[in-house]
Structure formats: C-alpha cells, structure tokens
Design a protein around this ligand. Structure first.
Ligand code: COA
Length: 275
C-alpha cells in the first residue's frame, strides 16, 4: 500500500519508511517484544512467549486484512531489520490515511472501527471481537462487559484475563468520556531498543500529525510511562492518567502501571488579514 505522505526529511539515509504487510508480521512482533519488555507492560501476557507470538500473529494477520488500522514501519536498510513501527486507527469517515472510510449503514464496519480504536493492546486484539455488538460505540456497561468477555475469551493459555479486562475497562470508560473514537488514534508506537534516540519514532509519526493538522483532526494515545515524555515533546497534552493494579493480574506482581491518556490538537489556522 502506498504511503499517504512523503519520506520525512529527518529520517537518516540508512532507514526506509513504508507500509506494513503480511510479510512483516514476524518483524513487528519481534520489535514489539523488544520494546515492551517491562513487567508493567506485559502484566497480562502469557509467560509462554511462543503462545503469545502465535496469538499476536493470528490477530495481526486478521487486522492487516480487515483494513481498519494503518501500519507503518521503519526498516534499517543495511540489516533489513524492522526498527520501529506505528499503528493508527482513524475515526470512521476519515480517509486521510488511505483507508476505506466508513459510509452509509455499514454498521459492522463502523463497529469494527470503533472497537479497533479502543485497543490499548491495539496490536493484538482481534477487531472482529466487536462485530456481534452491531453498534458504533461501546458505551453502555452491558456493551462494555460483552466486549471485554469476547476479548479475553481469545487470549492464549496462561494470559491474565482479569488483568486485561481491568485495562480495557479503564480505557473504554476514558475513551467514551472524551469522545476519543472521533479522533485519530495512535494504537501502538515503538522503536526497538537498539535503534532508540535516533529520531525514528518522531519520523514515523510526524507525517501523520501533518495529515491530522491538514484535516483539523485531534490525535489520541494511551501512553506508557516511557512514552509520556516523548509525546509531550511532540505537543501532546495529558488528559487523564490511571493506574493499573498489577496484583489484579494474579502473577505475583506488585505496584501499579500508569497509563496516560494524551491528546494532540491541530493548531488553529491563522486568518489572513488583508490590509
Ligand atoms: C518512546 C519511544 C517510542 C521513543 O522512540 P525513539 O525512536 O527513541 O524516539 P525519537 O528518537 O524519535 O525521539 C524523538 C524526541 O523525543 C525524545 N525522547 C525519546 N524518548 C523519550 C522519552 N522516553 N522521554 C522523553 N523524551 C524522549 C528524544 O530525545 C527526541 O528529542 P529531540 O527531538 O529533542 O531530539 C521508544 O522509547 C519506545 O518504543 N519505548 C518503548 C515502547 C513505548 O513505551 N512506546 C510508546 C508508548 S505507547
């Protein structure tokens, strides 16, 4: 799929930016496992990493086919390694990223878009979990519990259903409170540790922020503790934070993992003054 923007000038010459396809799935999972490697990030994961990889692979294959998200990658050209990637969930009826906008009475597709937008674990959770809900917003408590039930029923053996359910519950409530399904959602962003601090994350999301600016579209993200400072540098502001109690995952973990809901707003255009 063609990129909806030009190659960022800031990207160093030995890196290439392109869309992600089915052949990239192993690279995506490997990059993600390396970047999200703290107990707080993985609190709900199965300790069986092969089972996690198989689960992630199946979900990614499906999400790539469904076309509800837009995935971009940066490859280190000399080694061929996938160094960073991002996944975006546009609001329905937004075609700025080259995905099919939702039109008319296509309620299944609307539902799938809405659900994809609330996936804090956006990479993994199968968007079709929502298809039976037949609505464009998971808003009521009953909808929410049904949605969560469907998501956790698909987890691999050993994953913490309680832990993931708590995380999704928090996120859905915040999502509904701020109308985040109407914004462009950054579902996942990560850079492999060996390529950090070389401007890759910035290069992969700045062109999309420019598209958001041109369309007057706010951008929404649930940030990890590590990501917060990075997003602030790009102009995101904190909307609300919540602490996931790690002991709820029944893994012997203690403490909390803080998730910060953040928003980036397009700058108002300056009216031209004729003098
Ligand atoms: C956060 C993360 C995506 C940053 O990736 P990166 O490729 O190293 O970031 P960049 O090199 O593009 O950094 C861009 C700018 O942000 C700054 N920055 C990067 N990480 C930062 C951090 N953790 N805190 C504060 N500033 C940060 C850089 O110094 C740079 O500043 P500059 O433009 O003034 O030079 C990466 O560390 C990561 O994947 N972490 C683990 C997964 C994660 O938490 N993802 C994001 C939250 S969902």
């Amino acid at each position: 799929m063609a990129l909806p923007f030009a190659r960022p000038l800031s990207l160093a010459p030995d890196f290439a930016l392109s869309s992600i396809g089915q052949d990239d799935i192993d690279g995506v999972i490997s990059c993600h496992h390396q970047a999200f490697n703290s107990p707080g990030e993985r609190f709900w994961w199965s300790p069986d990493l092969d089972a996690m990889r198989a689960f992630q692979r199946a979900s990614l294959e499906k999400n790539l086919k469904s076309g509800e998200k837009r995935y971009f990658k940066i490859t280190h050209t000399p080694s061929g390694e996938l160094a960073a990637f991002a996944s975006w969930v546009p609001p329905k009826r937004f075609d700025g990223l080259g995905l099919r906008p939702v039109v008319g009475t296509d309620t299944n597709n609307e539902g799938a878009r809405a659900v994809a937008a609330v996936e804090e674990i956006g990479l993994y959770v199968d968007s079709s979990a929502h298809s039976t809900l037949q609505s464009n917003k998971v808003s009521g408590e009953a909808d929410m519990e049904e949605y969560i039930r469907q998501i956790v029923s698909r987890l691999p053996d050993g994953a913490s259903k309680e832990g993931l359910a708590e995380a999704v519950r928090f996120e859905l409530r915040i999502h509904n409170r701020y109308g985040a399904e109407e914004m462009l959602n950054l579902a996942v962003l990560c850079t492999s540790p060996r390529y950090e601090r070389r401007g890759l994350a910035k290069a992969i999301i700045e062109p999309v922020l420019e598209i958001a600016q041109a369309n007057g579209m706010p951008v929404w993200v649930y940030s990890s503790p590590v990501g917060k400072g990075f997003y602030e540098k790009l102009g995101f502001v904190v909307i609300e934070a919540y602490d996931l109690d790690l002991s709820n995952a029944n893994r012997g973990l203690e403490g909390v993992h803080r998730v910060t809901a953040m928003q980036w707003n397009p700058k108002p255009s300056i009216p031209h003054r004729w003098t």
